[in-house]
Design a protein around this ligand. Structure first.
Ligand code: XMP
Length: 512
């Protein structure tokens, strides 16, 4: 295990950002619940502790407090925002409760660079967001930086290796914030930069081999980033002991199944089983137009087909899953974890126990950006590694109203045109998602000399960082024009193209 920095989570929405910044410095970080006993941190041999920010006042009745023993472990501690107030509270300083929050940019003046600000300029733009503030230094500490509003914006106790900063080094608005974090990691905690993609892959391969032995692993491949990277990693580790199952539910985009067969079957030579279940899904969806009803039918049928497929493969000990770190963090964050807000679909949660399979989750320590880097290192192509999110129920929730094979064909063809243009213009990789929606509305048009009465396609392109909020993307007009005229010219059955200019909230990204 690489040396670990513990991030104690006091409920800040930025806790995960702190953990990611540490890893960007090639140091392994792990998020712990704020009340984790010091003994556990000692047992995990953590090389440093960062106390995250949090929305509470240290004096609040329900305020999250750490185990005070963390300050006696002999391990360096960096308190950020609420974290520095905790240091004031627990180490006999004074913290003033204030109802007004100090929010926004400020200017830090470095009084003594010490180890934390080594190599940094004397003045720096910093981002503040706090209510309470430190008004008296705890014994042993000195101020090393001030802002307009605080003589104790940055403090240190060089002997005990305790540091505290009132502002947020993890956000982009703070100038050289990552350098401050790196200084803490390398200069104060003295850790080595061992957390690299190559190192991860080597260790993961060893771990998988040790765990699996001569056993067999089954993995559901969806074509998405997570399961693709999990497949490539498992394959590298255990080769033919891995069998992948891909369910063609008939709601995929054009060429998707062929691309999966080509990449995993032909290129990687993975033992790939493709379940051709499109007809079954369509039969079950016949006449259904209510979105949640569709989701339920698609989800249930998926589990059924998947389970049957696994059974037909024969005995196996393990079920692989592309679970990521944000899914497993026991988060106390107010505002929650974006992943948990995404409507679930491929709910195979009950399967492993039912089939007596042990779970193997080789990506469970990784953030999404790290997963992509692993994917690149394993030789997955750009269009897989940087693929946009695609909902489990697929085109089923992008085709409004009841689903028929004819309407699906129209949507699939229109969507193929849009994707082609998005990729060739380079916009595919700049936006969060881009797709077509089929509207079961017929409108009048003319084509040549003939009057037409055809369906409508809506174009939905959004920018977002986490799918919780989204803004419609301002694509260049000539690109929109090209997409629109190609769809009406090339896709039979479409007489009109409209552009969705709604943001989330109040609209959602998908239409259903
Ligand atoms: P909404 O439409 O809620 O979507 O703004 C947020 C994100 O979640 C994806 N999404 C889904 N993913 N099954 C999935 O696996 C679903 O049923 C589903 N519905 C929405 C959506 O594409 C977007 O990225």
């Amino acid at each position: 295990m690489p040396q670990t920095i513990a991030v104690l989570d006091f409920g800040s929405q930025l806790t995960q950002v702190i953990a990611r910044r540490i890893r960007e410095c090639q140091v392994y970080s792990k998020i712990y619940h704020y009340a984790t006993p010091a003994a556990k941190l000692r047992e995990d041999n953590v090389a440093g502790i960062i106390l995250s920010g949090g929305p509470q006042s240290v004096y609040a009745k329900q305020a999250p407090h750490p185990d005070p023993e963390i300050f006696t472990l002999g391990v360096p501690v960096l308190g950020i925002c609420y974290g520095v107030q905790l240091m004031g509270y627990f180490l006999s300083g004074e913290v003033e409760h204030s109802k007004a929050r100090e929010y926004g940019l400020g200017q830090l003046t470095v009084k003594k660079p010490g180890r934390l600000f080594a190599g940094l300029p004397k003045t720096l733009r910093v981002w503040n967001s706090h209510g309470d503030k430190l008004t008296k230094l705890p014994p042993g500490f000195r101020s090393i930086g001030t802002t307009e509003n605080s003589p104790f914006a940055a403090i240190e106790d060089a002997q005990r290796h305790f540091y505290g900063i009132q502002f947020h080094p993890e956000v982009f608005h703070t100038e050289r914030g990552v350098d401050m974090i790196r200084n803490f990691l390398l200069g104060v905690c003295g850790v080595k930069q061992e957390w690299t993609t190559r190192e991860f892959v080597d260790q993961a391969v060893e771990k998988i081999r040790a765990q699996v032995g001569k056993g067999r692993v089954l993995l559901g491949l969806s074509g998405g980033v997570d399961s693709s990277v999990a497949a490539a990693l498992l394959h590298k580790a255990i080769g033919k002991q891995l069998t992948c199952v891909f369910v063609d539910n008939g709601l995929l985009r054009k060429g998707e199944r062929a691309a999966v067969e080509k990449l995993y079957g032909d290129h990687f030579q993975i033992d790939l089983r493709v379940e051709d279940a499109g007809k079954l899904f369509l039969r079950r969806l016949k006449g259904v137009s209510e979105p949640e009803q569709k989701r339920k039918i698609i989800g249930r049928t998926f589990v059924e087909v998947f389970e049957k497929s696994l059974k037909s493969i024969g005995h196996a000990e393990f079920l692989g899953q592309g679970t990521l770190y944000p899914d497993v963090i026991e988060s106390v964050s107010i505002g929650g974890n974006p992943a948990s807000l995404i409507k679930t679909h491929h709910n195979v949660g009950g399967l492993p126990a039912k089939m007596k399979l042990k779970l193997i989750e080789p990506l469970r320590e990784l953030f999404k950006d790290e997963v992509r880097r692993v994917g690149e290192a394993l030789g997955l192509p750009r269009e897989v590694v940087w693929r946009q999110p695609f909902p489990g129920p697929g085109l089923g929730v992008r085709l409004m109203g009841d689903i028929t094979a004819d309407k699906l064909e129209i949507l699939r063809n229109a969507d193929a045109v849009l994707q082609e243009e998005m990729i060739s213009s380079g916009y595919y990789y700049k936006v969060w998602q881009s797709f077509c929606v089929f509207l079961p509305v017929r409108t009048v048009g003319v084509f040549g000399d003939e009057r037409t009465y055809d369906y409508v396609i809506a174009i939905r392109v959004v920018e977002s960082t986490d799918a919780m909020t989204a803004d419609w993307a301002k694509l260049p007009h000539d690109l929109i024009q090209k997409i629109s005229s190609r769809i009406t010219n090339e896709v039979r059955g479409v007489g009109r193209v409209v552009l969705d200019v709604s943001s989330k909230p109040p609209a959602t990204i998908e239409w259903e």
